[in-house]
Design a protein around this ligand. Structure first.
Ligand code: KG4
Ligand code: ZN
Length: 338
């Protein structure tokens, strides 16, 4: 079979990313232009600003990716792009650019679901993962547990009923004055805090449910802060961060290993921005070890948004002959599994 040399584009939120990935795992180029410093002064991602930044950066990133790989457009066999979910204006920049490239080069186009991309960050670095696996996807918009028995096919086990795990990290970070991006800042503050200083609630939901709920925990943190303020007592930010993180990690870890055990699965994958969290990695590693399960997660830079993961997912879609037409559109609220 001919090599598949895929140029992948990811612009769903605040990273303009272009990568060139061969056969799902050989990364020939990766360019990520982060907009963090632009959005930091606003305390979060401003959609209009994000779209404009993507527009400014996308062509530069494409040119740089080709240069890094020492390739020209003629060497690219397929073009892939995240088409949802995400910010509509941001997605549109990636979708329009990639469609134009595929059209001009007369090469196939592959639209990729952002969450499938996160899952495939695992396969990018390890093509030989054996099915079945259970994958916990924890990002800014998703907290989802799926069982995967073959490529690109998902059995849904559970998901969040309210806030996503990353969203909870971001909201709590804002409440304790740590700002954006919340997850890494909470992780940093938690390192010098006591995870058992405050007993924040764990939401287990009904027995046997693999769904999640983080809004109660978020409210408990806000109540704790309000009460401290009313009593004019000092708040130890590091203890709040550590205790909050401990509550999130415990529920994510236990539900994931319970779901794997109940489905007779011995391999657990971790994906999405929150998978970068070292407390979560350590806790899951420990529980998987105890239960004779194998835990796999991508290096930190492939947990958060990047285009290499989109190139990996696109490879498996292309192997199944699944391509998109030039009428591909950005779908901001694209559901996973549709
Ligand atoms: O996957 P991602 O980069 O973008 C989405 O698809 O949403 O995930 C971003 C989320 C944010 O909520 C961010 O705060 C969180 O992942 N995150 C973390 C860490 N790094 C990023 N959460 C906890 N610990 C981290 N180290
Ligand atoms: Zn993401």
């Amino acid at each position: 079979m001919n090599d598949m040399t895929i140029m992948a584009v990811e612009t769903s939120c605040d990273e303009t990313a272009v990568s060139i990935v061969q056969n799902g795992s050989k990364i020939l180029a990766e360019v990520v232009a982060s907009q963090i410093s632009t959005h930091q002064k606003f305390g979060g991602v401003v959609p209009e600003v994000a779209s404009r930044k993507h527009l400014e950066l996308i062509n530069v990133c494409v040119a740089e990716a080709l240069q890094q790989a020492r390739l020209t457009f003629d060497d690219i066999s397929h073009f892939a792009v995240t088409y949802g979910p995400g910010l509509v204006g941001a997605l549109l920049v990636g979708v329009a650019t990639t469609k134009a490239m595929a059209f001009a080069a007369r090469k196939p186009l592959i639209g990729v679901h952002h969450i499938e991309g996160h899952i495939y960050a695992n396969f990018l670095l390890n093509k030989n993962i054996e099915f079945p696996v259970v994958c916990l996807i924890v990002s800014g918009g998703h907290t989802t547990l799926v069982k995967i028995s073959e490529h690109c096919s998902y059995q849904f086990l559970g998901q969040t009923r309210d806030d996503a795990a990353g969203e909870a990290f971001d909201k709590v970070a804002r409440a304790i004055g740590l700002g954006y991006p919340g997850g890494p800042k909470i992780e940093e503050a938690a390192k010098t805090g006591d995870p058992f200083a405050i007993n924040f609630p764990r939401s287990w939901l009904e027995e046997g449910s693999y769904d999640f709920s983080f809004s109660g925990l978020k409210s408990a943190v806000l109540n704790y802060l309000n009460q401290k303020e009313m009593k004019k007592e000092e708040v130890n930010i590091n203890d709040v961060a550590a205790s909050f993180q401990e509550a999130v990690v415990e529920v994510l870890t236990e539900k994931t290993v319970m779901a794997a055990a109940a489905n007779n699965v011995k391999t657990v994958l971790l994906a999405g921005g929150v998978a970068a969290n070292s407390a979560l990695r350590e806790a899951l590693n420990k529980r998987c070890d105890q239960l004779g399960m194998k835990l796999i997660y991508p290096p930190v830079k492939y947990c958060t948004d990047n285009a290499a993961m989109i190139g990996a997912a696109a490879y498996y879609r292309a192997l199944q002959g699944q391509f998109s037409g030039l009428d591909l559109n950005a779908v901001p609220n694209l559901k996973f599994g549709e």
